[in-house]
Design a protein around this ligand. Structure first.
Ligand code: MG
Length: 373
């Protein structure tokens, strides 16, 4: 087996495990899926603070919301479109509408084949694909009456702590946000603009906690990146996420050879296949359901990253507890979590994963285990 075939085989491991779990359960094959109802829509979520990164600034977010109803059970899914990849919620909703004739005849028990066919039929629109995939697996878990983490063979006690993210803001608001995040043992600080020194000074004026830093591709020059990363190391930072633009892989490899802090890929790591070319430039990968197209591809990314010797992290976009809880169910598999997108909302319509002293606490209800507030 050559290297390419080996990675391909490893990448299908997660889905293979799920299929094995499913196959051991009786009476599923006989269930008819006639009458599947798919309802895509756009959900508007208001933010507690205006959210600013190097990419965008907004007071609300629209996400793609999917309800799948069949056999008296409704699965819920959500995907947050990522501006970086030119996605928006309305186009994502329309992409799902465009394949409704296919979805109406599809069998959600065969979720691996179903999503493979969705990927063949729809270009891009990964948030829409994530919304579909999450709704399907929520439905499957509810039908089987098991929480998603148990369906995946995971131990909820292994869920890691999550960081709380501090978006780019004025020093005064940054200090306020850091104080509001007192219950989180580790914070993730967004940098990458020309305010980095002021931001870090504001954070360090009110806390001594370990920090993780996300530059969101903000540094375009490799010498500048090395200077910033070495300075951040002196500020008690544990690792740095996506310091340089995603396509500057060779420059990032050079930066990695000149710094001590681990470097995590986010914008550069779009799916499992992308990881092979990142292994020399990055120490780890930030997996997001909205970015890669759902739970199944996220599992492939996690297993491929582990097999390449990379650290794994689960991240999220600003979204409701549907999407964040879906990611949290995979979190017993990863080294780091940054699953706080629901905590940034003023009006989360759902309740699912919770956080106690920074640690993710997975809900025990079937499927995602999310309820309306
Ligand atoms: Mg990031």
């Amino acid at each position: 087996m050559n290297r390419r075939e080996w990675i391909k085989t490893t990448g299908t491991l997660g889905v293979g495990c799920m299929a094995a779990n499913l196959g051991s359960l009786p009476a599923l094959a006989a269930e008819s899926q006639a009458g599947c109802k798919w309802e895509p829509s756009v959900m508007r979520l208001n933010l507690r603070h205006t959210w600013t990164t190097t990419m965008s600034s907004s007071a609300y977010r629209d996400t793609i919301y999917v309800r799948l109803t069949s056999g008296g059970v409704t699965g819920l899914g959500e995907g947050a479109p990522i501006v970086r990849y030119h996605e928006n919620a309305e186009e994502g909703r329309r992409a799902i509408e465009s394949i409704l004739p296919f979805l109406d005849g599809a069998n959600p028990w065969q979720f691996e084949k179903l999503m493979a066919q969705v990927f063949q039929r729809v270009d891009g629109q990964f948030a829409a694909k994530a919304a579909l995939d999450i709704a399907i697996l929520d439905w499957v878990g509810k039908k089987l009456d098991v929480p998603l983490y148990r369906f995946l063979g995971l131990d909820a006690a292994d869920a890691p702590i999550t960081t709380f993210s501090i978006g780019i803001d004025t020093p005064e608001t940054t200090r306020k946000k850091v104080l509001e995040a007192e219950s989180f043992p580790v914070l993730k600080i967004k940098v990458g603009l020309d305010t980095d020194e002021a931001t870090m000074a504001a954070v360090r004026s009110v806390t001594k906690k370990p920090l993780r830093v996300d530059a969101n591709e903000g540094w375009k020059d490799k010498e500048e990146a090395v200077r910033k990363i070495n300075w951040l190391e002196s500020q008690g930072v544990e690792f740095i996420e996506q310091p340089m633009p995603a396509d500057m892989i060779e420059e990032t490899r050079w930066v990695r050879s000149h710094v001590h802090l681990p470097i995590i890929a986010d914008e550069a790591a779009v799916n499992a296949r992308a990881l092979r070319k990142l292994v020399e430039a990055y120490d780890g990968v930030n997996v997001k359901l909205d970015k890669c197209g759902g739970i199944q591809e996220a599992l492939r990314m996690i297993y491929v990253a582990k097999s390449l010797g990379m650290k794994t992290m689960l991240g999220c976009m600003v979204s409701s507890s549907i999407s964040v809880t879906a990611a949290a169910h995979l979190s017993p598999l990863v080294d780091y979590a940054d699953l706080d997108g629901n905590l940034l909302l003023a009006n989360d319509p759902y309740r699912g994963v919770t956080v106690q002293k920074g640690k993710l606490v997975l809900p025990d209800g079937p499927g995602l285990g999310v309820r309306t507030q």
